[in-house]
Design a protein around this ligand. Structure first.
Ligand code: ZN
Length: 453
């Protein structure tokens, strides 16, 4: 496919009147000063698309249902209670319908790919499905339907707390020991052939709460390649629990006891000391930041300035999917920093555009986290691309150096006109190619689910 764009962001530079050609999902040519005559389609501003590095698709079904306060109960409680109630009833078909909806919304918001941190594996009550990878297969089917670039991350979730408490209630659907987990990963890898070649499987030890040091060592030894994601330090109670059990805070313990490198993505590296922040930045791992969800759950702000000063890599994820918006995710990250520091333009080292720093940083860090050879528009990279409309009222007043600031701080996702996932032209004129069918199936699934809970 040959795409003509009035301008293209390649690295940190703007190219004018450009044709970008993709062959077999990769960028084969970039021609500046080319006419639109021979192009298959014509767009305004072409950017590298972001990977959404952290998602739990099924949680989308609960969006908006837990925003009330119940007297005498901790704030997290209402959210968790409803999640477990849903899990008592959620069927594989509903799982697939919700995942397709969420993937479609991500692509319409401008994300080309997703890291699906997938932790529901078993039937209600904990019994396995006849097909061990039943629910992973449903995620695969949703990826197939939407065309999103999938990095599937099956989760190892064994214990109910740092003292290796047994799982109970809704958590039983997450349950795997190391042996069954490795069988699941193998089954997922075997099923990859059903998806386009850019899809892949990584692993996700859930957290230092839900796995043990010995189990973590075993799964890492058995999986020497591919992305590794972990929830690391989201809530203060989690930090205190890990410190009491392992003698160190979670990020410090992980960096001192495990070979953390650029395969790793540390989700919610929210609570870190200065020393942990610097050590993590130097490790080459990606900080998986989920600003909207972290704000929604009241987690706290990330230590952005220190992390960027030490060249830390970061990317963005929509996590609970309470709201799927690329533009809002970017601005919530910066605003969380401004509110804490009572300062403007925080997430940029020395000087420069905040929007460009956040966007290009998240594009490259996101691609690294999900193991995709993407994140920049260069020959040989995957054609993960997004087009935005610069003539939109939110952007029409801005010059080249301000476009990404406009995207981050002014625009809504309706400036997105087209998205390509590894060259698959999935969103045109702001709509996914299967929008109506996916929405209809989602509504039926949600109505059935609500009838059952
Ligand atoms: Zn998460």
């Amino acid at each position: 496919m040959k795409i003509h764009a009035s301008q293209v962001l390649s690295g940190q530079n703007w190219l004018k009147n450009c044709c970008v050609t993709s062959v077999d999902g990769r960028i084969a040519a970039i021609e500046e000063g080319a006419s639109a005559d021979q192009a298959d389609c014509s767009v305004d501003v072409l950017l590298p698309s972001l990977a959404n590095l952290h998602s739990h698709t099924f949680q989308r079904a609960m969006a908006g249902m837990t925003e009330f306060r119940a007297a005498g109960k901790e704030s997290f409680w209402t959210w968790r209670e409803l999640m477990y109630r849903f899990l008592d009833h959620l069927t594989p078909a509903q799982f697939e319908a919700i995942a397709a909806m969420v993937f479609m919304e991500m692509q319409e918001a401008g994300y080309a790919s997703v890291g699906e941190f997938h932790y529901v594996h078993q039937q209600p009550g904990g019994e396995t499905y006849a097909n061990l990878s039943e629910l992973s297969d449903r995620i695969f089917a949703a990826a197939q339907q939407t065309g999103i670039g999938l990095t599937h991350l099956p989760v190892l979730y064994t214990y109910g707390g740092v003292n290796q408490e047994p799982l109970t209630g809704g958590q039983l659907r997450f349950s795997n020991d190391v042996d069954r987990f490795l069988s699941l990963v193998e089954a997922c890898n075997g099923n990859l052939s059903a998806l386009p070649a850019d899809a892949q499987v990584g692993i996700a030890p859930h957290s230092l709460r839900a796995t043990s040091p010995a189990d973590l060592a075993r799964v890492l030894q058995a999986t020497p390649q591919g992305p590794v994601h972990i929830h690391i330090s989201e809530q203060l109670k989690e930090v205190a629990d890990v410190e009491a059990k392992l003698g160190q805070r979670p990020v410090a313990w992980l960096l001192d006891n495990v070979d953390v490198d650029n395969r790793w993505c540390l989700i919610h590296a929210t609570h870190m000391t200065e020393a942990e922040t610097i050590a993590m930045a130097k490790s080459g791992a990606v900080a998986g930041l989920c600003p909207i969800t972290e704000a929604n759950l009241g987690d706290g702000p990330f230590n952005g300035p220190t992390y960027l000063e030490h060249n830390g890599v970061f990317g963005l994820g929509s996590d609970s999917n309470v709201r799927i918006s690329l533009t809002e995710e970017l601005r919530t990250l910066e605003y969380s920093q401004r509110l804490r520091d009572m300062a403007r333009n925080v997430m940029v080292v020395r000087e420069g555009s905040v929007g460009q720093t956040l966007y290009t940083g998240a594009a490259q860090g996101g691609a690294q986290a999900v193991g995709r050879d993407a994140g920049t528009i260069e020959v040989g990279k995957l054609a993960d691309l997004v087009a935005i409309d610069r003539t939109h009222p939110a952007l029409c007043a801005l010059n080249d150096d301000q476009i990404l600031d406009g995207l981050c701080f002014v625009a809504s996702d309706d400036v997105v006109t087209d998205t390509w996932s590894a060259g698959r032209h999935v969103v045109k004129n702001g709509r996914h190619r299967e929008h109506d069918a996916i929405v209809a199936r989602y509504k039926t699934a949600i109505s059935d689910l609500l009838d059952s809970v």
